[in-house]
Design a protein around this ligand. Structure first.
Ligand code: ATP
Ligand code: MG
Length: 213
């Protein structure tokens, strides 16, 4: 039997994936939060988990360094999805991608008069497509975190970011001005691995599918 490698990020994706893996009879032997190990064994000799940055999951699966992975739709759209089969919406790590701006900023009026807006975001490709489709002129500024700070510090007029409760926006005096898309995590599968290891992968995919809430 060949080895199956599953790429996961730690934190919410690892936690929310555990019940889905359990349904497939896969139980990781350690918690990456406490063990610091990047390769984690499981109860099955033929299955291991590699712990990577959330945004690196599609890359590991694309190149076949992992056969399976779990990544947010946000991350998959930015990656582009080349080489990936995306059979399942797992309905975990749910949130939405939104445009947010400072409470006093009249976003709709700025858009209406055709103003050129500076937008800070980690999601350059998704933001570019969204504003192009709406005919909004933007200069996009790439950030790697703490997007909420950008309008407060005068770096940008608005941001594109993920929102769940809205608590972080509120704490920073920002409001959502546009909903871009709902976000949840997907199972991604290396296309070549699915052909070569179908006997091993298909039962795992089917068991995960059966456990989606
Ligand atoms: P890093 O922390 O390494 O910079 P990250 O912030 O993308 O990466 P996580 O915070 O673990 O890593 O997010 C992983 C995925 O979970 C995201 O890609 C997104 O799909 C989803 N996610 C992010 N924020 C939320 C949230 N507030 N609520 C629900 N799901 C979220
Ligand atoms: Mg995060």
């Amino acid at each position: 039997m060949s080895q199956i490698t599953i790429a996961l990020s730690k934190g919410r994706i690892f936690e929310e994936t555990l019940p889905l893996l359990a349904a497939a009879g896969i139980v990781p032997s350690e918690n990456p939060e406490s063990s610091r190990k990047l390769i984690i064994g499981t109860n099955r000799d033929d299955v291991r988990v590699v712990i990577v940055r959330a945004s690196d999951v599609p890359t590991y699966v694309q190149y076949g360094a992992a056969d399976l992975g779990i990544a947010g739709k946000d991350v998959l759209i930015e990656h582009g999805g080349a080489g990936l089969y995306q059979p399942l919406d797992l309905k975990i790590a749910r949130c939405r991608m939104s445009v947010a701006a400072p409470v006093g900023f009249d976003y709709a009026a700025a858009v209406q008069r055709g103003a050129r807006l500076r937008i800070a975001t980690k999601y350059i490709n998704t933001a570019r497509e969204h504003f192009a489709a709406k005919g909004v002129h933007v200069d996009l500024i790439k950030l790697y975190g703490s997007m909420e700070l950008a309008p407060l510090a005068g770096l940008a007029e608005a941001i594109v970011d993920l929102v769940s409760s809205g608590g972080t926006l509120k704490a920073n005096n920002l409001v959502e001005v546009e909903d871009i898309m709902p976000i949840s995590s997907r199972l991604v599968v290396n296309q070549a691995a699915l052909k070569l290891k179908r006997d091993q992968l298909q039962p795992v995919i089917d068991a995960i599918a059966g456990a989606i809430k």
